[in-house]
Design a protein around this ligand. Structure first.
Ligand code: ZN
Length: 219
């Protein structure tokens, strides 16, 4: 078994692109996997494809359209506005089981490719309240996947405990700040780079970037 091969769950956004650079820094061989789940913005998959090509990373896109059928939500339905969650409820961009399914399918592919390391950009500190982004869930799934496939996966979550400003810092340390700033897509309105500036994802991204750049100038 090759221990130096990793697969990155990759959406083309800030977090997963940072994870892709992190993986390239930590593993000899890196593969990326993206999911087609009928995203409103097909630009997301295009963006992921372009980044993988530019970085020379083997890229797989798996068809997960079933997910949109099971759980219509604001990321897949053009007629649904993005709403923030309130009083402990997640925002309506949440899809039940999405990360669990993505990671499980990524693991099936990872085993086929003999890549025991799985990297995902989930994060507990961005307050989105997605239950399957929590550390305890990732650890639980790691055990389950190992038992399910009799294979020693190691799920890595490089940004689990850091906030958006620290994610920018990590990108900078990896020499990828400008690349990630200009070429990734986080915006819910499908605009690459700094985005629309108004949707919740853009607001979060910009707040983190401003905070990081400010701290960098002061230090
Ligand atoms: Zn936006």
């Amino acid at each position: 078994m090759r221990k130096d091969k990793a697969i990155v769950v990759f959406s083309g956004g800030q977090d997963s692109t940072t994870c892709l650079f992190w993986a390239k820094n930590n593993f000899k061989e890196v593969v990326a996997v993206s999911f087609d789940y009928n995203q409103k913005h097909i630009a997301e998959l295009e963006c992921a494809r372009n980044i993988a090509a530019e970085l020379g990373v083997e890229h797989h896109i798996l068809d997960m359209k079933l997910l949109a059928q099971l759980a219509p939500n604001a990321l897949t339905r053009p007629d649904m506005e993005i709403r923030q969650g309130g009083e402990g409820a997640p925002p309506n961009t949440f899809v039940d089981g999405r990360n669990m399914l993505f990671l499980t399918f990524a693991a099936v592919l990872a085993k086929q490719l003999d890549a025991p390391h799985i990297i995902t950009g989930v994060c507990e500190t961005d307050f989105s309240g997605y239950p399957d982004c929590r550390d305890i869930f990732i650890k639980s799934l790691n055990v389950t996947l190992n038992l399910a496939m009799d294979y020693q996966f190691v799920i890595h979550t490089p940004i689990m405990w850091i906030d958006k400003a620290e994610t920018w810092k990590l990108a900078d340390e990896l020499g990828a700040l400008d690349f990630i700033r200009e070429k990734t897509l986080t915006c819910y309105n499908g605009i690459i780079g700094d985005g629309c500036g108004e949707c919740p994802a853009c607001v979060l991204r910009k707040r983190g970037l401003d905070s990081y750049l400010k701290s960098k100038n002061i230090l």
